[in-house]
Design a protein around this ligand. Sequence first.
Ligand code: DGT
Ligand code: MG
Ligand code: MG
Ligand code: MG
Ligand code: MG
Length: 283
Amino acid sequence: MANSKYEYVKAFEQPDLLLPNTWIVVRIDGRGFHKFSSKYAFEKPNDRRALDLMNAAAKAVMSELPDIVIAYGISDEYSFVFHKSCMLFERRESKLVTTIVSTFTAHFVLLWNLYFPELPLSPPLPSFDGRAVLYPSVQNLRDYMSWRQVDCHINNLYNTTFWALIQMGGLDAKEAEKELAGSAAADKHETLFSRFKINYNNEPDMYKKGSVVFRDYELVEPGSVSEVVDEDFAKTIEQLELSKSQEEKDRKRRAKAIITIQHVDIIKDEFWERRPWLLSNKP
Ligand code: DGT
Ligand code: MG
Ligand code: MG
Ligand code: MG
Ligand code: MG
């Protein structure tokens, strides 16, 4: 291609490569979903259809982007985690964030009819914002995930009690708010149980714990982790080539893995210990 005199404008573009070797979390959040949820009369405090739709869109994002290790969703937000070794789009921040946001939004709109067949979408259409945050250690990443899940728990306990006071207790929003001001978790459990016979522990896990989307493997073949033995040079090269094709195999395996959605505790170690491939050094 011949250069044109206009081409110098390219130099105005700013590089935005994310720091290497760090976990990338892209969190998206529905724009103005307070208004959006009342427009479509979402059930309070949780609308099963809306959450299922969020989960379906997140699952579609994960299958289109095999580099995503795990995702976690609550309310109108979803966090997508890329492995620290991920080199997708050369780790260009704007490319990663905008791709996730637009892919998610496209699927959210496409799948809307499936979850809200009686309520056709009309403008203003749903949209999402997004940001990327980097975490240098597995501990930081796990603390991030724990932070979101604790948020889910605190908000859901509050909202469940708040709406029970209104819907079943006949209070108005102001009265319910006043009643809950300064109350501890145990007080809310007690209010739910003694006044409305609701045992919070029996509420659906999706509402209490949020949604965890990840790749599950039916079986991880034994010996699938290749090692480089440095006996002699030729052998090492051979091994390197082997591990390269192993890498290729792993990538294919990742693309083929089953994407599952579970509503489980991701704060405790157990979830991660049972699925070592999620945070391993070899993605
Ligand atoms: P933003 O994110 O700054 O553009 O503004 P919002 O309005 O999206 O605020 P945000 O993201 O802090 O809060 C999420 C809103 O979405 C909140 O008002 C509750 C609503 N929402 C999310 N999921 C549900 C649901 O399942 N049922 C109902 N009724 N509302 C929901
Ligand atoms: Mg917000
Ligand atoms: Mg929002
Ligand atoms: Mg939100
Ligand atoms: Mg292009």
